[in-house]
Design a protein around this ligand. Structure first.
Ligand code: PBG
Length: 338
């Protein structure tokens, strides 16, 4: 074969740069198109009045009292975001996290307010105990094993109570995040019994232990007083197929949407879960540490926040997430418009 004849499909017949030659062509051939409707914005709610307390490790993210939350959700509703994910910081913490299940608890008050002032805003609640317990673990403790550990089965009943209380206060979806075995099934049964069979569950199915939740724990005041979460959250070095097993169990127990968390260091897990469960919507949590890293570098002028954040969220969607929970949700809604 003469060396000067182009191989079919090869250069110079094929020039992939034609696909990127101008903005119109790049826009026309895009596969991933971010939309505010697929973004969920986390919010931290506490008691008081006029409280708008910035989280030092998360510039632009605040703990809000209910009156400030009111302003915030009106704005979020206008931006057309997919929803908000509410976290509550109670005034009083105890061993079993009572405030979490109380109809007058902080999150229940927040839900009623949001439903009143922004009725079209989709509200999701984190169903867990770490913000509500005095020890900071995601369930009730069991000392009978000789070491402090979360008692899985005792926690399940309380998770059901918490979810029903959120549903009664107006939650549109509940998102259990404690990585207890059987948590989705327990919550599904509790909701069904309380006549909330229509209420969806977004399960934190593959949630990994690690270093990326640090800033969140400042925001939610949920750092464990002792020990860590490695006996319930997944091991990042475990066989990735374990994430598929976790997710399969949650789907079998009734999860409507499954989540991978964190997102950035777990893009392979998102892609794997996507392949394993066609038709199941996948959410990914672009967690606090992923946000703070970019914020810190941007504050020093080392990185362009808008470019980096857009690229990160695009990557998460490209990996297979339909929904992204991100502290950049509001910013992205603005950036996508301009
Ligand atoms: C647990 C919960 C955590 C996050 C969301 N839900 C923290 C944890 O497991 O310690 C982390 C979110 C983030 O880092 O942005 N209720």
């Amino acid at each position: 074969m003469p060396t000067d004849s182009p191989s079919p499909g090869g250069f110079p017949t094929t020039r992939l740069r034609r696909l990127r030659h101008n903005p119109q062509m790049r826009e026309l051939t895009r596969e991933v198109r971010l939309s505010p409707a697929q973004l969920i914005y986390p919010l931290f709610v506490r008691s008081g009045r006029g409280v708008r307390q910035e989280i030092s490790s998360m510039p632009g993210v605040f703990q809000l009292s209910l009156d400030e939350l009111e302003k915030e959700v009106r704005e979020v509703q206008r931006l057309g975001l997919g929803g908000v994910l509410l976290f509550g910081i109670p005034d009083r913490k105890d061993a079993v996290g009572s405030d979490a299940c109380c109809d007058e608890g902080i999150i229940q008050q927040a839900l009623r307010l949001v439903k009143r002032v922004a009725p079209r805003l989709f509200t999701v609640t984190d169903v867990c105990f770490c913000e509500y317990t005095d020890h900071g673990h995601c369930g009730v403790l069991d000392d009978s094993t000789g070491r402090t550990d979360v008692n899985n089965d005792a926690t399940l009943a309380l998770l059901g109570k918490q979810a029903v209380s959120h549903a009664r206060a107006g939650a549109d979806m509940v998102a259990p995040s404690g990585m207890m075995d059987g948590m989705v099934g327990a919550i599904r049964r509790a909701l069904d019994e309380a006549k909330f069979a229509h209420l969806p569950i977004m399960a934190y199915s593959a949630k990994y232990a690690g270093g990326f939740y640090g800033p969140f724990r400042e925001a939610a005041e949920s750092t464990p007083k002792s020990g860590d979460r490695r006996s319930y959250q997944m091991d990042s070095a475990a066989d990735p197929a374990q994430a598929v097993r976790e997710t399969a169990l949650d789907i079998a127990e009734g999860a409507d949407i499954v989540m991978v968390k964190p997102a950035l260091a777990y893009l392979d897990i998102i892609a794997r879960v996507r392949d394993a469960f066609p038709g199941v919507p996948i959410a990914a949590y672009n967690v606090s540490g992923e946000y703070s890293m970019v914020k810190a570098a941007a504050a020093r002028g080392w990185i362009d926040e808008r470019a980096a954040a857009t690229e990160i969220v695009t990557g998460i969607v490209r990996a297979g997430a339909t929904i992204v929970i991100t502290y950049w949700a509001k910013d992205l809604a603005g950036w996508l418009k301009s």
